[in-house]
Design a binder for this molecule. Structure first.
Ligand code: PLP
Length: 409
C-alpha cells in the first residue's frame, strides 16, 4: 500500500459525511485481480502515488496517464488494436473520421503556396475540408482522375513538389477502385507521402501501409465499429515520427474521442472479420441479383466482372472480398420514382451512413451530393437515378426480397 493510501485510511475515520460522499468510493485499494475485458475509464484526469511520479509522467520519463485529452487507457486499448489491424507503428484515435483526416493533412506540414494532390472522387465532406479549411490558407489542391495513372505521373513531374497525395481506395458513391499499389509506387519514387482513406475497404481487404503508404485513415464510425452507435476516426502511421506528430496534433487540436466511444469502437472491431466476410458475400449476391434485374440499368460493384476496375480489385484485394457497397441506377427513374422506391423498402433502411450490421440505402442526389450543382453532379456520373446500398449482415434472401418488392415488375 502506498504512503498516500495509508494516510487516507487513517484520516478517513475522522472525515465528515460530505467529504466521504465525494471521496470514499474513489479510494479503494487496487485489487489483486483485474477485469477480463477492457473497462471504460471515464476519468478526465489521473492521480499518481507521488508528486515525483506525476512529474516523471508529465516529463515522459515514465509511462502513465495525466489527462484524457492526451491519453486514456480505454482509448489506448482501441489504438493498440487498430495499430495491429493496419500494421502501423502506431494508431491515433480521433473523435470522428473528419477529425482524423484534418490531423492527417496538417501532419503534411502544409504552407501557403504548397501543392497537395487528391483524387477527384472523394467523400463530400473531405472535398469541403479542402475547399474551406486548406484552400483559404493558400494550399493549392489539385484533383486528379486516379483511374488513369498517367494523370498522377504528370502531376508528380510539375513543380513545386507536392506535399502529399490523398486518395480513397474505393470511391464514394461510384465505387471506382484506385490502384493504390501503383499510386504509392509512383509517389515513393518522387518522395511524396501518400495518405489513404481506407474506410470503405477496411484493413481486411487491403492494408495500404504494407504497400508503403505513409498514413491510413478510417472513419471508425463505419465498418470498424460497425453497429451504428458511435462516431470516431483513426489515423495509423507507417513511421514513429509521423505518429508522434499526429499525437501532438490531436492533443492540441482536441479531436480526442471520449472513453465510452473508444470502448464501443473497441467492442465493435472485435467482430470485424466475421462481419466483413458476411457483408462481402451478401453484397456480391445482391450485386449479381441487381445486374440481372430488368428495372436496373447499371450496377457498380468491384466484384462484378462488368466493373471497369475489376482486375485492379482482384489484384488489390486478392479475393478477400470486394466490400459491402453496391451502387446502382434504377432504369428510367427520376427523383420522384427513386423516392417511391425508397419508401417501399421495409428491411433496408434509408440512412446517411454505411458499414453497419444493418443494410442502409443512400440517395446521393438528396444527401451526400445535394450541394453540388446538377451539371457538376452529372459530369461526375452521379445521375438522378443512382442509389448506393450499404449491405449488412442480414440473410441475403430477405434483402433480395425487399429489393424485388421495392423495384416492382
Ligand atoms: N471518409 C469516408 C470515405 C466517409 O464515407 C466518411 C463519412 O461518411 C468519412 C471519411 C468521415 O467520417 P465521420 O463521419 O466519422 O467523420
Amino acid at each position: 500500500m502506498s504512503d498516500r493510501a495509508r494516510r487516507w485510511r487513517k484520516r478517513k475515520r475522522k472525515l465528515r459525511l460530505e467529504t466521504l460522499l465525494v471521496h470514499a468510493g474513489e479510494r479503494l485499494p487496487t485489487p489483486l485481480s483485474h477485469p477480463s475485458t477492457t473497462p471504460i475509464q471515464l476519468a478526465t484526469a489521473f492521480e499518481s502515488d507521488s508528486a515525483l511520479r506525476l512529474d516523471q509522467i508529465f516529463g515522459g520519463q515514465l509511462r502513465g496517464y495525466v489527462y484524457s485529452r492526451y491519453a486514456n487507457p480505454t482509448t489506448e486499448a482501441l489504438e493498440e488494436t487498430l495499430a495491429a489491424l493496419d500494421g502501423g507503428q502506431s494508431a491515433i484515435a480521433f473523435s470522428s473520421g473528419m477529425a482524423a483526416l484534418h490531423a492527417a493533412f496538417l501532419s503534411l506540414e502544409l504552407s501557403p503556396g504548397c501543392r497537395l494532390l487528391a483524387s477527384r472522387d472523394l467523400y463530400g465532406a473531405t472535398y469541403t475540408l479542402f475547399r474551406s479549411l486548406l484552400a483559404p490558407f493558400g494550399v493549392e489542391i489539385e484533383f486528379l482522375d486516379l483511374t488513369d495513372m498517367d494523370s498522377l505521373r504528370a502531376a508528380l513531374k510539375r513543380k513545386p513538389q507536392p506535399r502529399g497525395l490523398f486518395l480513397e481506395v474505393l470511391t464514394n458513391p461510384l465505387l471506382y477502385v484506385i490502384d493504390v499499389q501503383q499510386a504509392v509506387r509512383l509517389c515513393r519514387r518522387a518522395g511524396v507521402p501518400v495518405i489513404v482513406d481506407n474506410t470503405f475497404a477496411t484493413p481486411l481487404l487491403l492494408r495500404p501501409l504494407e504497400l508503403g503508404a505513409a498514413l491510413v485513415v478510417h472513419s471508425t464510425t463505419k465498418y470498424l465499429a460497425g453497429h451504428g452507435d458511435v462516431t470516431g476516426g483513426v489515423a495509423a502511421a507507417l513511421d514513429a515520427e509521423r505518429a508522434a506528430a499526429l499525437r501532438t496534433l490531436r492533443k492540441i487540436g482536441g479531436g480526442t474521442p471520449g472513453p465510452f466511444d473508444s470502448w464501443l469502437a473497441l467492442r465493435g472491431v472485435k467482430t470485424l472479420s466475421l462481419r466483413m466476410s458476411r457483408i462481402c458475400d451478401n453484397a456480391l449476391a445482391i450485386a449479381s441479383f441487381l445486374e440481372r434485374h430488368p428495372r436496373v440499368e447499371r450496377v457498380r460493384y468491384p466484384g462484378l466482372r462488368s466493373h471497369p476496375q475489376h482486375a485492379t480489385a482482384v489484384k488489390l484485394f486478392e479475393k478477400r472480398g470486394y466490400g459491402g457497397l453496391v451502387a446502382f441506377e434504377i432504369r428510367n427513374a427520376d427523383k420522384a420514382r427513386v423516392l417511391r422506391f425508397m419508401d417501399r423498402l421495409t428491411v433496408i433502411g434509408c440512412a446517411t451512413t454505411l458499414g453497419d450490421i444493418y443494410s442502409q440505402l443512400l440517395y446521393p442526389r438528396i444527401s451526400s451530393h445535394r450541394e453540388l450543382p446538377p451539371r457538376q453532379r452529372m459530369a461526375l456520373g452521379i445521375c438522378d437515378n443512382l442509389v448506393r446500398l450499404s449491405v449488412g449482415i442480414e440473410h441475403p434472401d430477405d434483402l433480395i426480397d425487399d429489393l424485388t418488392a421495392a423495384l416492382g415488375e
